[in-house]
Design a protein around this ligand. Sequence first.
Ligand code: GKR
Ligand code: MG
Length: 429
Amino acid sequence: MKTSTTLPAAPTPTAADLKITEITITPIAFSDPPLLNAVGVHEPLVHRVIIEVRTANGLLGLGECAGGQSRLENLAVGANAIKGLGVFDTSVMEQLITGALDPSLSSFEKAAVFSAFEVAALDIQGHATGRTVSELLGGTVRDEVPFSAYLFYKWAEHPALDGKPAITDEWGEALDPAGLVRQAQKMIGEYGFKSIKLKGGVFPPAQEIEAIKALREAFPKLPLRLDPNTAWTVETSQWVARETDGLLEYLEDPTPGLEGMGEVAAAASMPLATNMCVVAFDHIKRSVELDSVQVILGDHHYWGGLRHTRELGTLCQTFGIGLSMHSNSHLGISLAAMVHVAAATPALTYACDTHYPWNGHNDVVKPGALRFVDGSVRVPTGTGLGVELDRDKLAELHQQYLDAKMTARDDTGYMQRFMPEYTADLPRW
Ligand code: GKR
Ligand code: MG
């Protein structure tokens, strides 16, 4: 006769178990190629921060955000404000953090600080309940999240500086259309991306239009985007929009400000997108009034965490605005969070941006959970974010941060080391 034994169910953690008891904030630095943009060139190291939140019962949640001296100070204030709070109380967490930070800080900075802790809290909620973060956000509407190939004009190497040798990389130079097509072929060959974004604002617009035409010829079927980060005047933007008619799925931040974007949008055949003039909920009303942008690039690091990013999607749907996702130099904790929120956001209408091909080999996350297949990342299935911290790598990147004595990202200052006459005044053309 068969007998069956029922294992006792794991005890549900109590509210006391899930109180935050410890928070560790670790600044790190990881290598970055010399990628060019409208305000200079990426430095050899990116400064970022890893957040570890622990609860009374020993659960661990992870967060990641941009670095900088003032960000570190603000994170410390935020951490102090939420000690003893339950990890399910993220609304109270937002109030506590916002209330504790210097009132003169921008709402953008307050949202960014809260976001790092919200992601860690959701990671713990997932571990405590045996669920993924995307399930906690309402469940996945897509199992795989598509990303675009993010191309940059780039130097062949970081030049020798301050007695240190030049730093080469596997990507080589990309300063003309042929170089960008080579870069795209390599990136798409390795990751399988199905759309392409070019970071512009580096060379006179006519040259960047030639690059777009070369990419169109090399990849006839892939949607293309161009983002000069407000390097052009309204008139120049309108001219570029005419010249790229039929070539772009969207044109991102051609010119500064909601008014200027509205004037360009009125004349352009393609949608305009932004991660610069609509970066907080209180920008949306005016943007809708002026019809300045037709696509918003959400970013949980800016928009106050994963839940607010999903809410942004709902607002976008309400106003008939498309939703894509912005990225900055980042590692796997941020990528996992991006994938979970993108998977749980029905309103996402475009492939997301990611810098991961440029930085992912330095990851603090153990390999396995995050993989690009045909340009998409499958939603991690482990509980919470579904990623695990590589402590040796974290220690190595923290030491790199200490040795570099970095305080803030400075693309312009770094460019001026090689071209003293360089200025970052925009619009430039
Ligand atoms: O990494 O140089 C860069 C980008 O220009 C980044 O800083 C932007 O924030 O990727 C971003 C964008 O879409 O504007
Ligand atoms: Mg952009």
